[in-house]
Design a binder for this molecule. Structure first.
Ligand SMILES: Nc1ncnc2c1ncn2[C@@H]1O[C@H](COP(=O)(O)OS(=O)(=O)O)[C@@H](OP(=O)(O)O)[C@H]1O
Ligand SMILES: Nc1ncnc2c1ncn2[C@@H]1O[C@H](COP(=O)(O)OP(=O)(O)O)[C@@H](O)[C@H]1O
Length: 214
């Protein structure tokens, strides 16, 4: 069967798509919200505190009247990314899709908080390249493997060490720390830094860079 001409042209040239501009734009939405859309990309090992800091940050910003939305790796894997495994190409696709969704949130004027292991530098750099300069704020949870493993709130490190989970980040799959990220969060010597204190560090950065005003 021969496809109708309009279908034919799309199939022959998949880039034959034209951007449709809206009369209400990002700047208008930002003015309405009195903030600037961006993504805070929190990367780190399982158990390093990504989700905890994401929640503390969302709470801190919410209390200042700022609109946020969290995209947590674990949660997104329950829906949009439920078809993806933990092999390298699926992690890359997981990260790519979350970055594209984060880009939509940022375009909506929202401060999007993405918390996922995102272990490979190359994948994170691909995400960064999707955003205008400054709008991709990479936050590294710099927590040593042995600390994460001691916390092990879901018992996954134990399963990985017992060989019951294959390709677990930090155990038998690599984690590549950022070389040049915007913010590094870590414990200070033996002193425990509370998640809300870590969130304040990020909020100060946003304030200083002008993201908390239109
Ligand atoms: N093989 C393997 N490696 C790492 N993590 C694993 C694995 N299998 C399951 N889990 C659980 O999945 C959570 C990580 O999902 P992410 O989407 O953040 O991972 S990734 O960015 O695609 O690497 C991660 O959640 P967090 O502990 O919140 O990081 C784990 O609970
Ligand atoms: N700043 C912190 N200090 C001490 N423990 C923390 C801190 N942040 C998180 N935790 C604990 O570490 C564990 C893992 O935190 P979680 O946010 O789930 O990490 P991730 O999302 O990176 O897997 C949880 O039991 C949490 O209560």
């Amino acid at each position: 069967m021969i496809a109708p001409p309009f279908l034919m042209s799309t199939m022959e040239n998949p880039t034959n798509i034209v951007w449709h501009k809206s009369s209400v734009e990002k700047l208008d939405r930002q003015r309405l919200l009195q903030q600037k859309g961006c993504v805070i990309w929190i990367t780190g090992l399982s158990g390093s505190g990504k989700s905890t800091v994401a929640c503390a940050l969302s709470q801190g910003l919410h209390m200042r009247g700022k609109l946020t939305y969290i995209l947590d790796g674990d949660n997104v894997r329950h829906g949009l990314n439920r078809d993806l495994s933990f092999k390298a190409e699926d992690r890359a696709e997981n990260i790519r899709r979350i970055a594209e969704v984060a880009k939509l949130f940022a375009d909506a004027g929202i401060i999007c908080i993405a918390s996922l292991i995102s272990p490979y530098r190359k994948d994170r750099d691909v995400c960064r390249a999707l955003f205008p300069e400054g709008d991709f704020i990479e936050v590294f949870m710099d927590v040593p493997l042995h600390v994460c493993e001691n916390r092990d709130p879901k018992g996954l490190y134990k399963l990985a060490r017992a060989g019951k989970i294959k390709g677990f980040t930090g155990v038998d799959d690599p984690y590549e720390p950022p070389l040049n990220c915007e913010i590094v969060l870590q414990q200070k010597g033996r002193d425990c830094v509370l998640p809300c204190e870590m969130a304040e560090t990020v909020i100060s950065y946003l304030e200083e860079k002008g993201y908390l005003q239109a």
